[in-house]
Write a new protein. Structure first.
Length: 112
């Protein structure tokens, strides 16, 4: 059985990639090839093996649905802070320093 040997440029044209990529694959051993002088020679069986190997690999890593960082929040809200406390901070008043009627239910005076 005769193995046809192709140059990196011929393989690149066939696979529609750059010759530099094919040369890099040959140099790293990802694509079996022999360097004769300054020219990489690749057999058709090596090309087929490489394509089969690449086809069996997942095309991209799975995407995680979990957030990678903590969510961004605006301002600093402490747990349990009421809207009245936040409003007091906003207008420059110490929370809880005034009347408590904003944060508590108003008492109604029942007629006696």
């Amino acid at each position: 059985m005769t193995h046809i040997r192709k140059t990196a440029a011929e393989v690149a044209t066939e696979l529609r990639v750059s010759p530099r990529l094919i040369q890099k694959l040959c140099a790293t051993g990802a694509l079996r090839a022999a360097k004769i002088g300054s020219v990489w020679r690749i057999t058709t069986s090596a090309i087929d093996d490489y394509l089969d190997q690449e086809a069996s690999r997942p095309s991209c890593p799975a995407i995680s649905t979990r957030p990678q960082t903590a969510p961004i929040t605006l301002g600093s809200r402490s747990k349990g802070a009421t809207s009245a406390d936040r409003y007091a901070r906003l207008i420059g008043v110490q929370p809880g320093s005034g009347s408590k009627s904003c944060s508590k239910r108003r008492k109604t005076n029942a007629p006696a």
